[in-house]
Design a protein around this ligand. Sequence first.
Ligand code: PLP
Length: 354
Amino acid sequence: NFAAGPATLPDPVIKQIQAELPSINDSGMSIMEISHRSALFDDIINAAEQDVRDLMHVPNNYHVLFFQGGGTGQFAAVPMNLATTHKRIALLDSGHWATRAGDEATNLGYQVDVLDSTKDQHYQALPQYDKPISASDYDYLHITTNNTIEGTAYHTIPEHGDVTLVGDLSSNFMAEEYNVADFGLIFGGVQKNLGPAGVTLVIVRDDLVKPVEHIPSILNYSLFVKKNSMFNTPPVFNIYATGLVLKWLKEQGGIAGIQKVNQQKASLLYDFLDDSKLFANHIKKSDRSLTNIPFTTGDADLDKQAVTSATEAGLMNLKGHRSVGGLRASLYNAMPLAGVQALVDFLHNFEKQH
Ligand code: PLP
């Protein structure tokens, strides 16, 4: 399953969920039936939080919060909680999801200044910004670390002066290493690398969490901090399943371990594409994503044929996003190297036939 999300989950996790579904921890109740106010669930959410802290080496002055509403919910929550001084946000426009974040903040009445955009390069490279940028002008700078649709990723964080950095990590959350302390806030839905859709992780530095009035409680960071992410009923099953994926990730050697595998997976496909006389990836090499790899023959009909034949061969969801066309392989954490090898073998044969 090469879908951009929701994505494949690790096989052992699916099997564990299957085994535990009728009764969690000998309680005689399914995880879907237990109270979020029970000691049983306390253990589950606390372990998940601790595993996020361990895996990302989260400094003690950061909160780890579990929200609903996805990355899209955070496009609203972040400005409402953080853009309280200047009501001005700086943005690097690296593609569709950066634009969506900017649009949501604009709709809510904040001023969004796009400092740089690579729209005129079809987002095939990342915007950089090397002029001074200051906290006296902006509440924060928003970046999208991995651009799911366009297939680019910041492997090093752009210069941002003394401005608070906010990162949308939705599509490479724990797929490659970032230093949490470089950011004031990180967010992302878990449904690509970390679990089933329904949980949104927010990691935020404590000085940025302030009581804010006139915003929806469901998006209010300071309330969620006070209530240990249980202001209302949390998605109990999804947090449990995410917790299992986090344990699995630890068994893979943590983020450093999975990043190595992700690099191998991505190199296998990029090396094939760079050698191919039929398929190509057009992203600037230093900006290429590890997790989302768009490619094309340059001929829309042939691309379509490749997607259809791949589906028949059991290689699913390779159709590119409608705004980019072509094909796209999403190689999130749970995609094994063997899956990418099968894809490369298929593409190699398709190339021979065409
Ligand atoms: N940000 C990025 C980079 C994404 O890839 C996505 C979804 O694919 C979103 C935000 C939106 O996330 P959600 O669907 O969880 O609202």
